[in-house]
Design a protein around this ligand. Structure first.
Ligand code: ADP
Length: 597
């Protein structure tokens, strides 16, 4: 604030406007009621002070008891009205707060689902998301509340000022000016507080990560066995201590400065008090006037303080809101959506032509000059060490990332030109880190095609193909059984059973003609894996199936095998051809066969 006051005022005004229009869109009638009560609550105090003067004057002039009592009744009425307005304000506040928090959270989530995978993997971006989410439920409402509060105090001040001018224009000026230093100090420290908040996003994120590792069931097993809890807890505490030390310094500085400038303001007010009292002693104003002016000053002082506090707070809110809008206005990367819904050459299958890919922010090429043609009906196996680039190839094919160079086409149409919806409906992928949804079994499978998420008939067919049907029938509530341990009566499955669920989920996509399995059977025994692939082969006769697996007994069932090493294809061919070639594949196959002997 100290550096660029005009810009700060501009940003307050802009974000006040945004917060108010958000509130209006969320619930117009509540917003109007809020405004109405605000004005009522703003005008009444001046009215009460004026009636107070009339009471005292009536008593002093002893015009008869009737007058004095009548004014007392009027004041009583005004006080009751003020009470009602204040109650109304807090009711509107509570209701609007809940609605607004929900609305903003929805906006954040709606934005989050339109973002690209790469954006989620970008830590700076993730910080933005975290900042936006953390403050989402409180800041916009705080801004609305403070805008109205400011309005209320300003209206009150105008009313007080109007009455005070009857005494002296200078007195009215003192009332307003005495608060300025407090305001400047307030604004400066709000700015510091915000900068602190922004800097420490990475640390707060680390803290919430540690929190989830310590408190979430799926981590509990490993954290206990490796006795990681004390270490993580210690780190968690250390981060807090560091953050707390910064907070404490800022809070202390803020308090000391606040007190000093507060003293100045109080001094000015008391000088004005003395002045009013002396004028009353001299008889130039009535006793009633004095009572009123003193009341005006006392209330005016708190209104000034509140208004200035609100401006400081508004500034802080506007800074936080700017991070929210920074997130909401983040462009989604994949703006250019394709529109093609049919391939030009349905018999062409999938082609990778000179495809290279480097993850954003990484210096290593994950894939280099990949050339690959997969015909409809072909069963392709990808073989290679961990980290050689197999999953990356799948992610490119699924359109989760765009190649850095080269071209991927399906049925002769570039991936980028395909309508993403159509493309996604045609590809069924199971990743090795597939999601174990804390949902009923049926929905876990049904989520493979959201249109039929609740269709038990289809779920049964898919479960049968994915070989999950036998154990699902044994579960207490069949397809309605809740999975996972997060919710009541949830049942946990074994790793292999979860994989069968994931496999069944992929089979929900009946229209998919490309099935991709990234080590979907790693948790199954060799016999089960063999059976799964026999089935997949039978069930996907006309479809393309791409498989990543480490057991060669399974890999050899594929028509075509591609060996990847450090992002490059080093061998390709059928099992027989590769064995004959006597290269890497043959060597690895020999090693595994020996181990089984
Ligand atoms: P594979 O599936 O063969 O085990 P991946 O395709 O997962 O291998 O990984 C290939 C390379 O890309 C590895 O060097 C890995 O470190 C890197 N990599 C994988 N995922 C990411 C990511 N999200 N961001 C940056 N680098 C990644």
């Amino acid at each position: 604030m100290s550096e660029r006051p005009l810009r700060s005022v501009g940003s307050i005004v802009r974000y006040c406007g945004r917060a108010l229009s958000l509130s209006w869109q969320t619930n117009a009638s509540l917003t109007v009621a809020f405004g109405f009560f605000t004005v009522v609550a703003a005008v009444l105090p001046a009215g009460i002070a004026y009636v107070g003067k009339l009471i005292v004057d009536a008593v002093v002039q002893a015009q008869g008891r009737g007058d004095a009592l009548r004014w007392v009744l009027v004041e009583g009425g005004l006080v009751v009205a003020l009470l009602a307005a204040q109650r109304g304000l807090s009711a509107c506040d509570a209701l609007l707060r809940a609605l607004l928090a929900e609305r903003v959270n929805e906006m954040i989530l709606e934005k989050a689902v339109t973002l690209e995978l790469t954006q989620f993997e970008d830590s700076e971006f993730y910080d933005k998301l975290t900042r936006a989410r953390r403050e989402a439920s409180s800041r916009p409402m705080a801004m609305v509340r403070r805008s109205f509060g400011l309005m209320q105090n300003v209206v009150s001040l105008v009313a007080f000022g109007t009455l005070l001018v009857g005494f002296s224009g200078y007195a009215a000026a003192v009332l307003v000016l005495a608060g300025v230093p407090s305001f400047l100090v307030e604004a400066k420290f709000s700015n510091d507080a915000f900068r602190l908040f922004r800097w420490r996003s990475p640390e707060t994120r680390q803290q919430s990560y540690l929190e989830s590792v310590l408190a979430i069931e799926s981590y509990a097993k490993e954290v206990k066995l490796y006795q990681l809890a004390p270490l993580f807890l210690e780190r968690y505490k250390n981060i807090f201590k560091r953050l707390y030390a910064e907070d404490r310094n800022l809070t202390l500085k803020r308090s000391v400065w606040g007190f000093c400038v507060g003293l100045f303001g109080t001094g000015a007010f008391y000088a004005a008090y003395a002045w009013i009292a002396l004028e009353a002693v001299r008889g130039s104003i009535s006793l009633g006037d004095m009572t009123m002016y003193l009341a005006l000053f006392r209330q005016g002082q708190s209104a000034v303080a509140a208004a200035l506090g609100a401006v400081g707070g508004l500034y802080e809110d506007s800074l936080y809101l700017s991070t929210l809008y920074e997130f909401l206005e983040q462009p989604s990367l994949g703006v250019a959506r394709g529109t093609t819904t049919h391939g030009v050459d349905p018999k062409d299958g999938i082609r990778f032509e000179h495809v290279s890919f480097t993850y954003p922010g990484s210096s290593v090429t994950a894939l280099e000059d990949i050339n690959l043609h997969i015909r409809p009906g072909q069963k392709l196996a990808l073989v290679g060490e961990n980290g050689s680039g197999k999953t990356t190839l799948i992610k490119l094919l699924a359109g989760l990332y765009k190649p850095t160079s080269g071209r991927i086409s399906i049925e002769g149409v570039d991936l980028a030109e395909w309508d993403p919806e159509v493309l996604r409906a045609r590809i069924a992928v199971i990743f090795q880190d597939f999601v174990r949804y804390q949902l009923p079994v049926g929905e876990n499978i049904g989520s493979g095609d959201v249109r039929y998420i609740g269709d038990e008939e289809r779920q049964r067919v898919a479960a049968d193909k994915g070989m999950a049907a036998p154990f699902i029938e044994g579960l207490s509530k069949g397809y309605a059984t809740q999975l996972g341990r997060w919710f009541k009566d949830g049942q946990e499955l074994s790793g292999g059973q979860w994989q069968k669920i994931a496999l069944s989920r992929a089979f929900m996509r009946e229209g998919a003609d490309i099935v991709v399995l990234d080590e979907p059977t790693a948790s199954m025994d060799a016999a089960a894996e063999y059976e799964v692939f026999e089935r997949i082969k039978a069930l996907t006769e006309r479809q393309i199936a791409i498989l990543i697996a480490h057991r060669f007994s399974t890999v050899r069932m594929a028509d075509s095998i591609v060996v990847i090493e450090r992002g490059k294809i080093i061998e390709r061919g059928s099992h027989g051809e590769l064995m004959e070639e006597g290269g890497v594949y043959a060597k690895l196959f020999g090693l595994q066969a020996e181990a089984y002997r």
